[in-house]
Write a protein that binds this ligand. Structure first.
Ligand SMILES: Nc1ncnc2c1ncn2[C@@H]1O[C@H](COP(=O)(O)OP(=O)(O)OP(=O)(O)O)[C@@H](O)[C@H]1O
Ligand SMILES: [Mg+2]
Length: 408
C-alpha cells in the first residue's frame, strides 16, 4: 500500500517516511519505540529512534503543530534552551481513509529528565529548590529575549544536570509568542500562569504522596515568582552613583557576568547634583557557556562551564602559559580529554562528558580533603569510575529503562 503524507522539514531524513504514519501514534508497534522517561501530557507523545538519533513524536492539531514548529525554530536561531523542532508530518490517513492527526517531531534532548524522574520516593525540599531556581532562571532568560511562554509549568520543562544544579529547557512552546520586548504586564501574566500551574502540579504530587511533607504547594508556587523577581531586579535595576564612583558600574557588570549574564551596553543618564543613573542592558544568559565554547569548542551548561573554566584558569596559571588560547588547547587535550577517554564504553551513557568532568574534579577535592593532601587527577578518576560512576543510573537515551530506574 502506498502511504502518502506531507512532511515539512528543514532536514529531510528519508528514514522518516518509513515510520507507520497510517497508524495512530497510540498504537505504534513497540519495535519502533524507545522507552524513555516522559512527563505528563495531554497529547500522545512517543519516542522513536532513527539512524542513531532519538526523536519525540507528538500528535497534535495542524495549526498548533505549525505554530510550535515555527516558534521552536525561532528559539533555536537565537540560541535559546529549548528542544529542537525537526518536522511536521500532516495529511495522515488510516487504511480505511479516516484522517489522522498531524504530528510534530522534535529531537530528543539527550540526558534530559522530566521533573518526575528526578526523584525516587518523594520530591524533597532541596531538589524542589534547585528545580525552581532553574525554572526561574529560564523564565528570566526567556523574558529578556522577548519570549512570552503562556504555559510555564514543571511538566513543560526538561531538566539536565548542571554541576550540582539543574539547567532548564523549554519543551512545550505551543502557547508561546516571540515579541521585540515584553511589557511588565506581559511578564506579570506569564508569571501568574507559572504560579498557578506549579501550584496545581505540587497539589497533584501531594495527593499522590510524592511531595515531601515539609513542602507547602502554596509556598513553592509563590517562591518561583519571588526567585524570578529577585533575579529580574538584580539584572535590570537602575543604579545611581557619583562621578568618582565609576568603578561601581564595572563591579556591577562583573557581578552580572558571574551570574552568567552578558551585558551588551550600559545606558547612562545624568541625574541631580552631577550623579549618574546607570542601567545595564543584559542581552542573554550563557556568559560562561560562550567563553568555554570560544576557547575549547566544548558545549556545556552554564554552571558546568564556570567550573571547567576555573579548572582551565588554574591550569593556565600553574603551567605559566600567557596565551589563553594556547592554554585552553593544552588543557583540552592534556586534561579534559584523557579524563573522558578513561571512562570504559559501558559506563559512557551515565553522564555526559562535561558533567562527568565536573563531578571528577569535585571527587578529587573531596578525596584530597579526606587525605589532607592533593590526591591528583589520575587517582581521582580511577576512584570516581570504580566507586561512584558504576552505581549511577544511565541518563542518556537508553532502551527499556523504567522511569524508576532513571532516578538517582
Ligand atoms: N524533544 C523532547 N525531548 C525529550 N522529551 C520530550 C521531548 N518532547 C516531548 N518530550 C516529553 O513529552 C512530554 C510532553 O510533551 P509536550 O509538553 O510537548 O506535550 P503536551 O503536554 O501534550 O502538550 P500540552 O502541554 O500543550 O498539553 C514532555 O513533558 C517531555 O517529557
Ligand atoms: Mg506539555
Amino acid at each position: 500500500m502506498l502511504v502518502t503524507v506531507r512532511i515539512t522539514s528543514a532536514l529531510i531524513d528519508p528514514a522518516l517516511l518509513d515510520l507507520p504514519w497510517s497508524t495512530p501514534l497510540e498504537e505504534w508497534p513497540a519495535d519502533h519505540l524507545v522507552a524513555l522517561p516522559q512527563g505528563i501530557s495531554r497529547h500522545v507523545v512517543r519516542f522513536v529512534k532513527l539512524a542513531g538519533t532519538v526523536y519525540a513524536v507528538k500528535e497534535t492539531g495542524e495549526r498548533v503543530a505549525e505554530r510550535e514548529y515555527d516558534l521552536l525554530r525561532a528559539l533555536e536561531r537565537i540560541g535559546f534552551p529549548s528542544v529542537e523542532a525537526v518536522a511536521i508530518v500532516a495529511d495522515r490517513h488510516a487504511p480505511d481513509g479516516e484522517p489522522l492527526d498531524p504530528v510534530l517531531i522534535t529531537r530528543h534532548l539527550q540526558f534530559s529528565l522530566p521533573y518526575r524522574a528526578l526523584f525516587s520516593h518523594t520530591l524533597r525540599p532541596e531538589t524542589m529548590a534547585r528545580l525552581l531556581d532553574a525554572l526561574a532562571a529560564l523564565i528570566v532568560r526567556m523574558h529578556i529575549t522577548g519570549f512570552f511562554w503562556g504555559d510555564c509549568s514543571l511538566s513543560n520543562t526538561l531538566f539536565r544536570r548542571d554541576a550540582g544544579a539543574f539547567a532548564a529547557y523549554l519543551v512545550d512552546a505551543e502557547t508561546g509568542a516571540l515579541h521585540a520586548k515584553l511589557s511588565n504586564g506581559q511578564r506579570g501574566e506569564d508569571l501568574e500562569i507559572a504560579r498557578v500551574n506549579i501550584f496545581g502540579e505540587a497539589l497533584d504530587l501531594q495527593a499522590a504522596g510524592l511531595l515531601h511533607e515539609s513542602i507547602d504547594p502554596e509556598v513553592v508556587s509563590e517562591e518561583v515568582v519571588q526567585r524570578y523577581e529577585r533575579l529580574w531586579h538584580e539584572i535590570t535595576y537602575e543604579q545611581e552613583f557619583q562621578r568618582e564612583d565609576r568603578h561601581h558600574v564595572e563591579s556591577r557588570i562583573r557581578r552580572l557576568n558571574e551570574m552568567g549574564f552578558d551585558v551588551a551596553e550600559v545606558a547612562m543618564s545624568l541625574a541631580d547634583r552631577g550623579a549618574f543613573k546607570v542601567r545595564p542592558k543584559v542581552v542573554d544568559a550563557g556568559y560562561h557557556t560562550r567563553r568555554l565554547l570560544r576557547l575549547t569548542g566544548l558545549d556545556a551548561e552554564e554552571n558546568q562551564a564556570r567550573r571547567l573554566l576555573n579548572d582551565l584558569d588554574t591550569y593556565r596559571a600553574e603551567s605559566d602559559l600567557a596565551d589563553e588560547q594556547q592554554a585552553a588547547h593544552r588543557w583540552l587535550t592534556e586534561v579534559f580529554e584523557p579524563v573522558v577517554r578513561a571512562v570504559p564504553g559501558h559506563l559512557r551513557r551515565k553522564l555526559e562528558p562535561t558533567e562527568l568532568f565536573v563531578q571528577v574534579i569535585e571527587h578529587r577535592w573531596r578525596l584530597s580533603e579526606e587525605a589532607g593532601r592533593d590526591v591528583g587527577l589520575a587517582l581521582a578518576v580511577q576512584s570516581f569510575l570504580a566507586d561512584v560512576l558504576v552505581h549511577r543510573p544511565d541518563e542518556q537515551a537508553v532502551l527499556g529503562v523504567e522511569v524508576t530506574q532513571a532516578v538517582s
